[in-house]
Design a binder for this molecule. Structure first.
Ligand SMILES: [Zn+2]
Length: 432
């Protein structure tokens, strides 16, 4: 624990929270949460896993009150409150935010509105995380447009009063005694630089937030700020050393059994270190960024782990994130240092090819044998002829196939979002 900076002390005061609450309720209460059943599982004595929607909440009941890990999406608040009250009538003693993402740190308003007065604990970097959100509401609305069960662009929090700020922050680790029981809140970077996770040694339970999710760690997201693959590997190693018997993940189902957990955590460590080592070796050898990514191979024993499929993020994206962390934005190609706009480049290639139609024809041919390359030609054709219906159709067709072939949701979503915008724009420009 450490003293809070001035502005956060204010944020932690009851008066501030009262004011913030009005704003937050006003912003979020009009129903973005799922209306269906809330899943509740008792994973260990007095230890509950609650899933109000896409994200999981951990609740540790003690004689003194409840320790709740995360608070869900803004719209999850009411359902989460009902779920918690269905398992215990003890006061909400402490809440830990595992990080500042919208699906983890925004559902608490329902509890405060109901009169609960918990201590709210978060890593000190969460303050910067929220402050970054305040600077970039438009950008976040675009990036998170399709967060399942999430929020619409106009609802993205932007004012200081839109957030329920922590009342206590910490640097490395904070020890808690609640109801005579010991809990530890640890920091370790991973998906974000403000991650916290909770260890309940007497129950042998870890509430991991998004550091454990049941799929390849989200350490490469192409549209988001820096992720921390190296530290993530270290955190998984630290967790494994504690020999937990249950892990409550940020998403997906609880993991049970010391052996299964050790196996999963050690594979996360090995998987991430493999990508980081490959990337650093490439950078140190002076390789072009594209070549570093193109030569990345994931050993079968890592890729085949049943709890780590690349169905959300991709190893290639994690590799690029490591490249970004250690080097500049320039990709090493001279023409890309001070490039001509892509549209101008595309128009020139189309002219050289004898017209956009040649590019379209070749893109369609290649789509059967080399979809990656076909995408480049289809995009070049579309940039060269943005108003040409045939070029647009080729673009839509080729990238629709690419999206269908793509196993990782993150890439699939980006393909579909852009295609949808292209279709909407085309529909708008049609004569009515
Ligand atoms: Zn999450």
């Amino acid at each position: 624990m450490q003293p809070l900076p001035e502005h956060t002390k204010a944020a932690g005061s009851a008066a501030f929270i009262g004011f913030a609450l009005d704003q937050v309720v006003h912003l979020f209460s009009r129903g973005h949460g799922p209306g269906g059943e809330v899943e509740i599982i008792e994973v260990a004595p007095r230890t509950h896993y609650i899933r109000p929607g896409i994200v999981n909440i951990g609740v540790f009941e003690t004689d003194e009150g409840l320790l709740m890990v995360d608070a869900g999406l803004p719209g999850d608040g009411p359902a989460l409150l009902r779920a918690v009250r269905s398992i215990s009538d003890k006061p909400l003693h402490t809440v830990v935010y595992t990080h500042g993402h919208l699906d983890h740190a925004f559902g608490l308003w329902s509890f405060l509105e109901a009169g609960e007065t918990p201590t709210i604990i978060a890593h000190e970097n969460l303050l910067r995380h929220f402050e970054r959100y305040m600077k970039t509401p438009g950008l976040n609305a675009v990036i998170n447009k399709q967060l399942p069960g999430g929020t619409e662009g106009k609802m993205w929090p932007a004012q200081r009063t839109d957030f329920l700020w922590p009342t206590v922050t910490f640097t490395d680790k904070i020890d808690l005694e609640i109801g005579g029981e010991h809990f530890e809140v640890h920091h370790g970077k991973g998906e974000t630089d403000d991650c916290a996770w909770v260890w309940a040694p007497e129950r042998r339970v870890i509430a991991a937030g998004d550091l454990v999710t049941g799929y390849l760690p989200n350490a490469g997201n192409p549209r988001k700020v820096q992720r921390y693959a190296e530290e993530w590997a270290d955190v998984a190693e630290t967790m494994a050393r504690l020999r937990p018997e249950v892990i409550l993940p940020g998403h997906g189902v609880p993991v049970r059994g010391e052996k299964a957990i050790r196996d999963e955590l050690s594979t996360i460590t090995a998987y991430l270190r493999h990508i980081v080592d490959h990337t650093l070796a490439g950078l140190n050898a002076g390789m072009l960024h594209d070549d570093i990514v193109d030569t990345l191979r994931i050993p079968d024993e890592l890729a085949a782990h049943p709890r780590l499929p690349a169905i959300y993020d991709k190893p290639e994206f994690i590799c690029r994130n490591v490249i970004r962390r250690y080097s500049g934005w320039w990709d090493g190609y001279l023409a890309d240092l001070l490039p001509a706009p892509r549209r101008e480049q595309a128009a020139e290639y189309a002219t050289l090819a004898g017209g956009v139609n040649t590019l379209i024809e070749r893109a369609n041919q290649l789509a059967d044998t080399n979809i990656r390359l076909a995408c480049h030609l289809a995009e070049t054709a579309f940039l060269a002829g943005p108003d040409d219906p045939a070029a647009r159709q080729c673009y839509l067709d080729v990238f629709t196939r690419r999206a269908e072939l793509e196993p990782a949701l993150m890439a699939k979503t980006i393909f579909s979002e852009v295609l949808q915008r292209v279709q909407e724009r085309a529909a708008d420009s049609e004569p009515k």
